[in-house]
Unconditional design. Sequence first.
Length: 426
Amino acid sequence: MPPRVSRTAEWPFSSIDARGEDHSTKAAVAGPESYPRAVHHPPPARHGRADVAVIGGGIIGCAAAAIMADRGARVILVEGSAIGAGASGRNLGAIQHPFDPVLAPLYAESLTRYRALADMSDAGFSLGREPAGLLLLNHDLDAAARQAVRLQAAVPELHPRLLDPDAVVALEPSLARGPAAVRLATGFPVPPASATEAWARLAEERGAQLLVGSPGHPRRRDGRVIGVALDDGTQIDAEAVLVAAGPWSPRLVDPDGGWDRIRATYGVTVQLDLGEAAPRHIVEEDDLDGINRADAATERAAGADESDPPSLFSIASAGGVSTLGSTFLPDEPDPTGIEMLLTRRAAAFMPAVAEATVVGRRMCARPQSVDGRPFIGPVPGVSGLFVCTGHGPWGISTGPASAAIAARAVLDSTAPPVELDAARPI
Ligand SMILES: Cc1cc2nc3c(=O)[nH]c(=O)nc-3n(C[C@H](O)[C@H](O)[C@H](O)COP(=O)(O)OP(=O)(O)OC[C@H]3O[C@@H](n4cnc5c(N)ncnc54)[C@H](O)[C@@H]3O)c2cc1C
């Protein structure tokens, strides 16, 4: 039995509910007084009760908690470390088209959800009205031309435009003259942790309780889930548990190791103050295969020289900080060595990187699914247990829509799309 909820309509697409309250985007954006105030459940001390317990405070867990709490479900989210402690706080900060026809609608829906979040007066999150644009750099003009033709056929809505080396520097003066590029009408740069933090705030605002600081795992009895046990001894009773723990999800779904659908692919990013030289576009070395099929990238990395692993130049600037990426590595690397590698390689594309002040360095793992698409929905064989993970390099771009699919699976027993179903054969 799914948990009972008071609203069938879903923020920000909702409108008038059974009690006559307007929960539409318009109402939500009007200001805090127009939507239900936060209902803070008392801290559970050593025992809590929820309709749904969510494990993981990344973009998926926080967005799912907000969406379910808005529908009236009593939600407790447990985060073992800190909100955005994983990739959701340490990504590049690019909300962009994922170049996959199954994931593209999730990107479009996530953009709508992000706009509603940004339009809320107190969200602390902003998104440009128009995409900054994505430049895919290629040293081979013919290869760039072929890519432009391919992308025109695959994603005409992104208006791919071939740029020769002169046009590239005219459009993005921070780049060195050399590579050609394909410009695409996608890419919204945001401070990397800002989306997750905004979803977490909305979740609390809508009444979800966030318990941060102690990891948890699903409690099971007689083939069904009965709640979550935290390492600090707290027990939470819940009718349903949603595992949204990124690359840590497999062991929570199946402690015996039978749910082996996610690989960790480690990425290091370097935060730079580039001043006036900060790029306006999101800029990436053109290797869509490496980005879309991170398993291919990690295979390449596995055989490579450890001191010189493959990386893809990518950079996005938001809030006065440029984030430079990244690697796709199967094992946790030494981030200091990778920092030097990334800045050296990037300086060949963007000379100002060589002189820029380094203001930070981050490392974390992407939850890379074995077939490139997330796993969402009920876990077969354990009643009440759900999962939503496997977004690889696209979790910020597509995560809010995935979270909504997971929320509907939990609250309404709605089946996820077959291509994303957690139970699909692989
Ligand atoms: C370098 C890099 C750059 C990226 N750039 C982009 C980008 O520009 N655009 C984009 O769309 N995507 C990007 N991504 C991918 C994106 O960041 C991820 O797909 C997304 O953040 C995954 O979100 P998640 O919520 O599934 O997992 P996570 O962010 O990993 O969150 C899982 C959370 O669960 C917690 N947790 C784990 N185990 C437990 C437990 N037992 N109990 C309680 N809590 C637990 C963790 O502490 C963590 O906070 C990038 C990733 C990397 C690594």
